[in-house]
Ligand binder design. Sequence first.
Ligand SMILES: CC(C)CCC[C@@H](C)CCC[C@@H](C)CCC[C@@H](C)CCOC[C@@H](COP(=O)(O)OP(=O)(O)OC[C@H]1O[C@@H](n2ccc(N)nc2=O)[C@H](O)[C@@H]1O)OCC[C@H](C)CCC[C@H](C)CCC[C@H](C)CCCC(C)C
Ligand SMILES: O=P([O-])([O-])O[C@@H]1[C@@H](O)[C@H](O)[C@@H](O)[C@H](O)[C@@H]1O
Ligand SMILES: [Mg+2]
Ligand SMILES: [Mg+2]
Length: 191
Amino acid sequence: MITNLRSASKKVLRPMASALVKAGFTGNQVTALGLVMSLVYLGVIYFTRNPLLGLLTLAISSLLDALDGEVARMRGLAGPKGSFLDSSFDRLEDTLFIGSLVLLGFPPLLTAILVGISLSISYLRAKAESLGIKAEGKGLIERGERLILVGLILLFLPFLPLISTVIFYGLFVASIITLGQRFHLVMSALP
Ligand SMILES: CC(C)CCC[C@@H](C)CCC[C@@H](C)CCC[C@@H](C)CCOC[C@@H](COP(=O)(O)OP(=O)(O)OC[C@H]1O[C@@H](n2ccc(N)nc2=O)[C@H](O)[C@@H]1O)OCC[C@H](C)CCC[C@H](C)CCC[C@H](C)CCCC(C)C
Ligand SMILES: O=P([O-])([O-])O[C@@H]1[C@@H](O)[C@H](O)[C@@H](O)[C@H](O)[C@@H]1O
Ligand SMILES: [Mg+2]
Ligand SMILES: [Mg+2]
């Protein structure tokens, strides 16, 4: 879904990216800022246990992830090194975004497994790409959807915690389904 929203989001992202370019930022610096914001997210959750503050930092980090590529492209510096940096930092960010849910009372073992499944979904896409198979956009929930669900967990937690719990388990099941879909996609595409 999110992959399909990319072009629509350009109208919003381009002016912001342009402002960052004018301010002298490079794409890699914006990528690094996105990682810093995920560490701020961890700190905010750890020290305040405030899910809405967590959501705000998650949103800022996600926005920076959306902007870093735009900034790189505007500067004519988009390339493999930036792609590697972006994807590598995404994995670290995903670990913090999901793993920190333990600090908000979510089951530690299931949360740890969810982190592993989320990273494995991304890994299967990367491995598929190395085998010449396109897995981007395939599967029930890609990273963007997973982060939106984490955002919704945080949003509802102070008001309707039961909804957050339902979304958590929904995210868990949907992630397992996505992992299975991608595994099947690659296995059936290989000789
Ligand atoms: C949606 C509703 C049903 C309700 C939502 C309710 C909220 C509570 C949920 C809010 C959660 C939200 C914060 C989570 C956002 C989810 C998700 C969209 C975030 C992931 O976005 C990814 C983004 C960018 O993906 P990529 O990194 O792959 O793309 P690029 O960086 O462009 O390209 C990579 C490419 O570029 C080159 N490159 C990159 C870096 C570099 N240093 N050098 C380079 O060369 C290289 O070639 C690389 O290969 O996805 C695309 C955009 C997306 C479609 C839209 C994003 C919108 C934005 C994130 C929204 C922010 C949240 C918003 C403020 C919500 C506020 C919530 C409020 C309650 C606080
Ligand atoms: O495959 P996955 O890791 O779940 O999700 C992917 C993101 O991690 C990546 O940043 C984005 O560029 C891809 O379009 C896809 O959304
Ligand atoms: Mg990015
Ligand atoms: Mg990214």
